[in-house]
Ligand binder design. Sequence first.
Ligand SMILES: Cc1cc2nc3c(=O)[nH]c(=O)nc-3n(C[C@H](O)[C@H](O)[C@H](O)COP(=O)(O)O)c2cc1C
Length: 393
Amino acid sequence: MTRDDSALMSNGRALPRNAGWLGIGPLRLDPPVVLAPMAGVTTRAFRRLCRHYGPGGLYVSEMLTARALVEGNERTARMLRYDADERPRSAQLYGVAPGTVAEATRRLIGDFGVEHVDLNFGCPAPKVTAKGGGAALPVRRRLMADVIGAAVRAAAPDGVPVTVKFRRGIHDGLLTDVSTGRIAEGEGAAAVALHARTAEQRYAGDAAWSAIAELKAAVTTIPVLGNGDIWEARDAVRMMAETGCDGVVIGRGCLGRPWLFADLAAVFAGRPAAPPPPFGTVAGAMLRHAELLAEDESETTGLCAFRRHAAWYTQGYAIGADNRRALATVSSLTELAAVLARIDPTLPLPPEAVRWKRGHTDGPRPVRLPDGWLRLVDDPTPPAGAEILVSGG
Ligand SMILES: Cc1cc2nc3c(=O)[nH]c(=O)nc-3n(C[C@H](O)[C@H](O)[C@H](O)COP(=O)(O)O)c2cc1C
């Protein structure tokens, strides 16, 4: 990024930014890029691969449920494994009760050495919003403020920054992004990130980047990060130029394309992004990813988890239906290597495939809210039963 770009981003405000890097509390992101928390995806293995391509960013864990963490759930603890060289250690937390979220934050920091906590207020899963959790919570401004404040206070003694991630609102007629951003700012959050879709939209349609610009205009003392539809590195530069946001959050664009983080580092340094790699390079990354998953789980479990990544890695490459089928049922590293060895390593990615969507594309879908939810804006009582184990944002 050039100095001019940096000035453009800052909108003339005194944010902790300098020639392309972004400060989130004590953390320095260079380039100003964050890996979006993605349940079932942003494991230690995937984060390690992404960090290999773009060492300067912030790589957020899978979402953890505050209650499960506090109750000592084993699966949750397993999701908190970090490589020795993974700095900062970042974790996303989901919770609806201030006390539980505070305790979970203390444990993340004290027991797992976490150095960045992100709070999730964007999950659109019907079973969660119907109980008043996830994307339903920003409507309950008082309670959400209490949850954010509790996490910020619990993290403060260790100087750990707390960030807040949310959507535009429930639907086009019930937008909460600006109020949520201002509440987060007021409660001491170190940054906010907006997935510029409503909960009703889920993953359909285009993200409304204009909403990121509006949030940036409203939240003036902490960084505002933009999220939604960054499929190529140049999209990130365009998002920052069009919205004035301070950094970007990358979700589906890096599924099967972890080298997107190298492309992002290149374009933010003013260099061109590399062209899409030939299949041989993709196959190398696939094997490495599968090996890392197998190290963390058993080989069978790791390879089972790898299957959907295999579909993302190979999307667009003309590898043939038989190979695609074989990858969909692959169950050992040897088998994976054998299938990959059958595929022409010089296969290119056709230009039209570069922007094909990977990961979720579902929606729109009406949002289920608890009865009378909209009348409870100033009620601080946490909803019962909303802290179920969920995956997603
Ligand atoms: C498989 C998958 C899992 C996700 N899980 C979470 C999650 O646990 N927490 C969260 O805040 N967002 C989650 N999201 C949403 C992403 O973080 C991101 O906001 C969204 O995908 C939009 O960004 P994108 O257009 O770059 O993908 C998930 C998205 C996907 C595709």
